[in-house]
Design a binder for this molecule. Sequence first.
Ligand code: ATP
Ligand code: MG
Length: 238
Amino acid sequence: MLAPRSEVAPSAATTIRLEGVQKTYRRNGVPVAALRGLDLEVGSGEFVAIMGRSGSGKSTLLHILGLIDAEYEGRYELDGQLVSGQVADALAPLRNRMIGFVFQTFHLLPQLSILDNAALPALYARDRDALRCRADARRRLEEMGLGDRLEHRPNQLSIGQRQRAAIARALVNDPRLLLADEPTGALDSRTAQEILGLLAELHARGATIVMVTHDPEVAAAAGRVVLIRDGQAHDRRA
Ligand SMILES: Nc1ncnc2c1ncn2[C@@H]1O[C@H](COP(=O)(O)OP(=O)(O)OP(=O)(O)O)[C@@H](O)[C@H]1O
Ligand SMILES: [Mg+2]
């Protein structure tokens, strides 16, 4: 269904290296510790499931990995490049080029059709004409079973359809690193299996995947499970 990826082959190289990452939110001046000295290494081409109780810091971790949140203590190397200590704006080109992100709450722009939503990362990341970007977005949405909903705005779709549109958007640039925050949380088990099939395909073509899930069956699709507990990461082989 998808073209083979030639430029990236699975290798033993490390894509992600976090050392001593601490994230403390402040609410009304009161500190809320979310991550407390978290270490994590993810090799290039790995498929990792992140599990842990609600509020344990999984989304916080994913936002840091995705260069969306740059305000934390500790060290983060992405693809051999030190990215901690830089402002999020400076990291936007790297993020657009390398990373696809599925947000837990989707973050689709309400005033745009899902076709335009899904085309946005392509328009940002590449020096390409809008027609090609929209063609890629259309193909991804069709893969997600949304071919007959392209011109709908997010609020004209079911929650599961929004989730699938958000996944299509994350895949539109064929990312080398896919970060997905409960990508199947709103889906029935059959649709969830289809989405996992697409992730497995992306993985087989060399992409690195880090996926948050509460569902042990979904986690079983990954080669490795990392448990977040007390603000730290604990490896648990799948
Ligand atoms: N903007 C914020 N301000 C203050 N505290 C926050 C903020 N965002 C998250 N937190 C707190 O940080 C902790 C980690 O939140 P996070 O969203 O990472 O959890 P999670 O593991 O993704 O949970 P869930 O499984 O429910 O999605 C929680 O205790 C949460 O209340
Ligand atoms: Mg979360």
